[in-house]
Write a new protein. Structure first.
Length: 105
């Protein structure tokens, strides 16, 4: 197998592994975890002034952002809020906010 084919195979394996967690989010559990988020993003996830709306955000995009905040790939004040979240917690939060009507700040 060529190196190119190996790289492609590894990419598909990684995409399948992370996609399963993101797709498996439980919005009900996410609602329970969202209390911490409400302080900045509002009870309805629609944000305030400089705080972005997260209601209606695509679940896969949100789970990816949360993971990037946690890993430090994206420099943000969010890092401190996500450090104690596991992958399933992030998927659950993402599923919850994706289930809400979209908002604007």
């Amino acid at each position: 197998m060529s190196v190119r084919n190996q790289v492609i195979a590894i990419m598909f394996i990684l995409m399948a592994a992370t996609g399963g967690v993101q797709a498996g989010g439980d919005p009900g559990r996410g609602a329970e975890l969202a209390d911490e988020c409400a302080g900045c993003h509002g009870d309805d996830g629609r944000g305030y002034d400089d705080i972005p709306a997260i209601a209606g955000m695509d679940a896969a995009k949100m789970a990816g952002l949360l993971a990037d905040f946690k890993s430090g790939a994206v420099d943000s004040d969010m890092a401190g809020f996500v450090q104690d979240l596991g992958e399933q917690d992030m998927a659950d939060l993402a599923a919850y906010y994706a289930s809400l009507p979209g908002g604007s700040n």
